[in-house]
Design a protein around this ligand. Structure first.
Ligand code: FAD
Ligand code: DLZ
Ligand code: SF4
Length: 511
């Protein structure tokens, strides 16, 4: 490429698809060059779901076009380009050697792994590398560390209230709108199949996406997941259209049915938006302000607006804070010492357990499962069965279109597996079949009997649950919310306790 000498080389990563991101905000389209690259290392550090790779490559290509439309010169290296070097460091080195920029500018990466690479570049390339903060979050890691300092327990609820005050979202002066901070108690209704269940809009692949789909099939055909049909939005305007559709059709019932699960309805009243938020196609704060205005205009109830905003300025910010507070090392947390191999059915979906079959099948199909499926089906089963939390972490990072370590790891290791010993969650999210039966219609179509506790026909979650309580009584008994379960177990007759241990062992032996 021939052009005037480059002042700054701005590297934009695949989850930084926001024109106002800090690396671009201080740049000058007339003098700076943007570099973006589709990289084998990034697609393979875990073997990502095919749909996730296609989504990101296509969104990156469309973002490069968006930047060119704004006057930027973008050097975009496709996966099959002859000068593709396969990794951030090698690709950057190649571009530096050719363009000899004064400085390299980049916004800090979302993952520890990539930040380590970024930190090595100045020395490696003998030139200044500006690593700028990612301002697409309400709370910086330094702010989170200040909030966490000196607290015995880090509870999301208190952090969330700070974020409400800081953002002014759903505030009436100093008080929370509606007089309460949290309306979660109203958000636990099981859903009923209904003819007018909303579905997220499907976007037909344009020629750019079609090219990417062919490339992904050729290069990553052996990765987990179905590539077709592909219907994600890959441009900012389509992602905004998907958000508009959610607001109009699903948001009003978002709160009520947040914890529900229904056969054949993977999306229910969820936003299906995390993949857009996490790569920068949608802006979290803008999305929350819009939801607040819908409530103020009387178009959605407060429990829906509050529940949605809490997920984004509460949970999403909180898990990121925990990630940066505890990395590196957090990925090796294993409070219960669990070491069992991840069962094959997490990849194949081939299990008679209907709830797990449904969750894995739709994950394969859509690269999506909603929160309660992740937490109370695949996560809960792994916890009860004693699966190695690191193997499970790699599974979640692989299979979901929204998965990046900063958000996935605390959700898996902390919230779902309690592997950090209770830093993030107030109790293990362990539940027997009764919970799944109450919140879903899966058990009706399952060969196992959810009402039986032991024996070959009993729902495996039941014996596994009580066996988990018994196995880990020393570690969970001091938790007030689990102590009750330990007492209940202790009241079972000795023969029943033996039947539980035998049933759990027989089931685990057959995994
Ligand atoms: P909705 O239910 O409609 O919620 C709206 C938005 O709130 C989401 O788009 C998301 O941005 C945010 N949100 C909701 N819950 C959480 C949460 N617990 N943590 C962070 N943000 C949240 N989310 C990811 O974005 N990436 C992940 O890799 C990821 N891994 C997870 C792994 C496990 C084991 C569990 C239990 C949860 C994980 N989550 C992850 C959180 C949550 O399940 C997804 O954000 C949510 O299912 C995305 O679907 P949605 O957009 O329809 O969400
Ligand atoms: C997840 C991902 C994938 C699959 N591919 C690329 C890529 O080819 N090029 C790129 O710049 N980024 C990709 N990403 C996102 C990066 O892995 C992401 O920037 C890091 O996870 C740091 O947050
Ligand atoms: Fe899942 Fe048990 Fe219900 Fe079957 S009976 S769907 S295994 S909870």
């Amino acid at each position: 490429m021939s052009m005037a000498p480059i002042r700054n080389l701005i590297l934009v990563l695949g989850d930084q698809l926001t024109p106002s991101i800090t690396s671009l905000a201080g740049g000058d389209p007339a003098r700076d060059l943007v570099l973006m690259a589709e990289l084998g290392d990034e697609a393979r550090y875990v073997r990502h779901h095919k749909k996730k790779i296609a989504f990101l490559f296509s969104a990156m290509r469309h973002f490069a076009a968006e930047l060119r439309g704004l006057g930027w010169t973008v050097e975009y290296v496709t996966l099959d380009a002859p000068d593709n070097r396969g990794s951030f460091t090698a690709q950057l080195g190649e571009a530096i050697a050719r363009h000899r920029p004064e400085r390299v500018v980049v916004t800090e990466a979302g993952e520890w792994r990539v930040r380590q690479m970024q930190a090595s570049w100045a020395e490696r390339f003998s030139r200044p590398v500006d690593i700028l903060p990612d301002e697409r979050f309400l709370c910086s890691s330094a702010d989170f560390a200040r909030w966490a300092a000196g607290r015995k327990q880090l509870r999301m609820e208190y952090f969330y209230r700070e974020m409400r005050r800081r953002s002014g979202l759903l505030m009436d002066g100093d008080a929370p709108a509606g007089g309460r901070w949290n309306f979660d108690a109203e958000n636990r209704k099981p859903a009923k199949a209904d003819l007018f269940m909303p579905r997220p809009p499907v976007f037909e692949p344009d020629p750019v996406t079609q090219q990417v789909l062919a490339l992904v099939e050729a290069r990553f055909g052996d990765h987990f997941g179905d590539l077709a049909p592909f219907g994600f939005a890959v441009t900012r305007s389509d992602a905004e259209a998907a958000f508009d559709a959610f607001v109009a059709r699903a948001l009003p019932k978002f709160g009520d049915y947040q914890d529900a699960m229904l056969t054949g309805e993977p999306f229910l009243y969820h936003a299906v938006m995390s993949q857009y938020l996490n790569c920068g196609l949608l802006d979290p704060l803008r999305v929350c302000r819009r939801v607040e205005s819908e409530w103020r205009a009387g178009r959605v109830p407060l429990n829906a607006a509050e529940g949605f905003i809490r997920q984004i300025i509460g949970w999403r910010e909180y898990v990121r804070g925990i990630y940066w507070l505890k990395m590196p090392g957090y990925e090796r947390s294993n409070f219960f010492g669990h070491a069992r191999k991840l069962p094959d059915f997490y990849w194949t979906g081939e299990t008679p357990m209907e709830c797990l079959r449904a969750a894995v099948s739709q994950t394969r199909e859509h690269a999506y499962a909603h929160h309660i499926q992740r937490l109370m089906i695949t996560g809960n089963f792994a916890l009860l069965a004693g699966i190695d939390p690191h193997a499970l972490h790699e599974w979640y990072l692989t299979v979901y279109a929204d998965a990046y370590e900063w958000v996935e790891l605390p959700n898996t290791v902390g919230m779902s597996q309690f592997a950090d010993g209770g830093l993030l969650a107030s109790k293990p999210y362990a539940a027997s079949g009764a919970y799944i039966n109450r919140m879903s219609d899966y058990c009706g179509g399952c060969p196992y009997d959810v009402k039986q506790r032991t024996g070959p026909e009993a729902c495996p979650f039941n014996a596994l649950y009580w066996d988990f309580v018994s196995r880990h009584r020393a570690k969970i008994g001091s938790n007030p919310r689990m102590a009750q379960m330990v007492r209940t177990y202790d009241k079972f007759p000795a023969e029943e306790q033996q039947r539980i241990a035998d049933s759990a062992a027989a089931f685990l032996a057959g995994l």
